[in-house]
Design a protein around this ligand. Structure first.
Ligand code: ADP
Ligand code: MG
Length: 236
């Protein structure tokens, strides 16, 4: 049972930070565009998951977030929906580079994130491309050169493309580190730090992780500013 009510009953939601907004417990309460709300109902979703209910209002305020929640809790839309709103308000020229950057540990996860972005973003004409290793760079570079709002990338491949100077992150104002614990386990920390150096300091940063070990705490402390921590489930 992943409903908001069930987690509340079991006292498994904790939010740490100043002036935390109340959770948004229905899609209608979010103020998301009606086409997107309709899309969520059509997907068979009846209400936001706990991580969505808690993190949407915080992210919509433009604040940095660390969200700790286990796999399958709906984290992807937890950061994509506020990303869509961010794009409505401050979309840059996609020809000059993406506005939204999502880092993900693997090709499979990156492709799944892109699929959700396309599914829920198409009514808002949001474009999204995926950069990952183990595949030729040519098609990825061609997609990039057409201009995109959202780039979902594995750290290794994005670094290669940055070194080739084929993408600029100078317009990114919304940065997501998805599955941060897994990215660190896979040894991506140096690449992540190099990538973040290319992203303007004036940005919103969101970090999603299933666990909260020391390495993740350190990188969160280095990359996030005044973040609100949302903890769902029995994580220490
Ligand atoms: P996580 O990243 O936390 O592992 P995902 O974002 O991949 O979880 O979501 C897991 C599944 O739940 C996906 O199939 C997704 O489409 C679905 N999902 C997302 N939001 C909701 C919701 N509000 N209600 C029901 N299912 C949802
Ligand atoms: Mg996920």
């Amino acid at each position: 049972d992943i409903s908001q009510e069930s987690y509340c009953r079991r006292n498994e939601i904790s939010v740490t930070g100043g002036d935390v907004p109340a959770p948004l417990t229905s899609f209608e309460a979010t103020g998301f565009p009606s086409e997107i709300v309709r899309e969520m109902h059509q997907a068979g979703f009846s209400a936001p998951t706990p991580i969505q209910a808690q993190s949407w209002p915080i992210a919509l305020q433009g604040r940095d977030i660390v969200a700790i929640a286990k796999t399958g809790s709906g984290k992807t839309l937890g950061y994509l929906m506020p990303a869509f709103i961010h794009l409505q308000q401050r979309r840059k020229n996609p020809q000059l580079g993406p506005t939204i950057l999502v880092l993900s540990p693997t090709r499979e996860l990156a492709t799944q994130i892109q699929a959700e972005a396309v599914k829920f973003g198409k009514s808002s004409r949001i474009s999204c491309t995926c950069l990952y290793g183990g595949a030729p760079k040519g098609p990825q570079l061609r997609e990039l050169s057409r201009g995109v709002d959202i780039v979902v990338a594995t750290p290794g491949r994005l670094n290669d493309i940055l070194e080739m100077r084929r993408v600029s992150l100078g317009q990114v104002s919304y940065l997501v580190l998805d599955e941060a614990d897994r990215m660190l386990d896979m040894g991506f920390e140096p690449q992540i730090r190099k990538i973040v150096k290319e992203v303007p300091v004036q940005r919103q940063t969101l970090m999603y992780t299933a666990t909260w070990p020391k390495g993740v705490r350190k990188i969160a402390a280095d990359l996030l500013v005044n973040s609100v921590q949302v903890n769902i489930g029995n994580v220490d």
